[in-house]
Structure formats: C-alpha cells, structure tokens
Design a protein. Structure first.
Length: 188
C-alpha cells in the first residue's frame, strides 16, 4: 500500500491530519487542472474545494490498488465538466449596431493571451502552447491536460473520464493533430 492509500485509510478512520496532508499534497494540482479547464479563478477555487469534500465523503470507496491521483483527478475533472455544462456562455458578435442609428461599432475585448514577454525562449514556447491548448474544444483540452500536465497514462485518463481507452487515444491523437495544424499555420 502506498503512502497516499495509507492516508486515505486514515481519513476513513476519522484522522483529520491525514485529510489535511492529502489536501496539502494535491491542492495545487487540482486547482491547476480546474483553472485550466474553467479559466475563472473563483470557479477553480470552488471546484478544488468541492473535489476534496467529495473525496472525503467517498474515501471508503477508494481502491488502494489504483493511484490516488487518478481517482482524485477523476472527481475533479467530472466536477469541471459538469460545471462547464451548467454555465454554457452565449457568444456575442464582435460587431454591434447602435440601435436606432444603424451605426456600427467594434466591441473591444481584453487580450486573454499570455502576459508580458517571457524572459526565456522556453517560457515563450510554453505560453504559446498553453494558448493553443486553450483553443481546443473542451473534450480534447481535458485529455491533453490530463496526459501532459498531470502526466496520467492513457489508461488512467480513460478510467478518470469513464471512457473507452480507444476513445482517449483517438482524442489525444486528434488534439495533437489540431495543435500541429495551428502551429503550422502560425496561429500561435
């Protein structure tokens, strides 16, 4: 039994320190996943908190033979997906007509891309790649993030998202092809 599984066992027995230890170990990674999926700090904080509440409530159902991180990311990713489904944001036109006058004006939106120019090429490349990944449809974005940001195996991703392994492999392949096309077109 690994250290995380032992901590979960102690949580089930009512040990609050074990629960706090698990939160400390995984809070930043869960928040990072939630923030990259939801792009709203407050929503990511709420999902992170809810993930640990659900983890605590379901701790007795955790299988110590499975990696704890995969189980925890399953909870977090499902909460993120549910949240995105509930908050579908309507799109707006970039051009608006002034009512009554027929005059057109352009809607100015703040740039949501990376901040100031990074000091090194590596940071610039990472920022460019993050921007490209953010442009992927959510069903591709989550598998890419779980694979490359959280370093989960295909099998762990399939289990976390409750999908067939072949679907996960196909989505990762298609997401990489989309990213490659964006890079070749210079959309970064």
């Amino acid at each position: 039994m690994n250290d995380d599984a032992a901590l979960v066992g102690r949580c089930v027995a009512g040990d609050e320190r074990a629960f706090r230890e698990l939160v400390q170990r995984y809070q930043a990674r869960v928040y990072s996943l939630a923030y990259r999926m939801l792009r709203v700090r407050e929503d990511a904080e709420d999902i992170t908190q809810e993930t640990f509440v659900r983890m605590f409530r379901a701790a007795q159902r955790y299988d110590p033979e499975r990696p704890f991180s995969s189980w925890l990311f399953t909870i977090a990713s499902r909460l993120c997906i549910d949240h995105m489904r509930r908050r579908r944001v309507p799109t707006i036109s970039m051009f608006q007509r002034e009512s009554g006058t027929g005059e057109e004006w352009t809607l100015e939106l703040p740039d949501q891309g990376p901040g100031p120019v990074e000091e090194t090429e590596q940071l610039e490349d990472e920022a460019r790649m993050r921007a490209l990944v953010d442009r992927l449809p959510e069903h591709y974005r989550i598998v890419v993030m779980l694979r490359h940001q959280e370093d989960l195996s295909y099998e762990e991703i399939a289990e976390a998202l409750d999908m067939p392994l072949g679907t996960i492999k196909a989505r990762i392949h298609r997401a990489r092809a989309l990213l490659r096309n964006l890079l070749e077109r210079g959309d970064a």
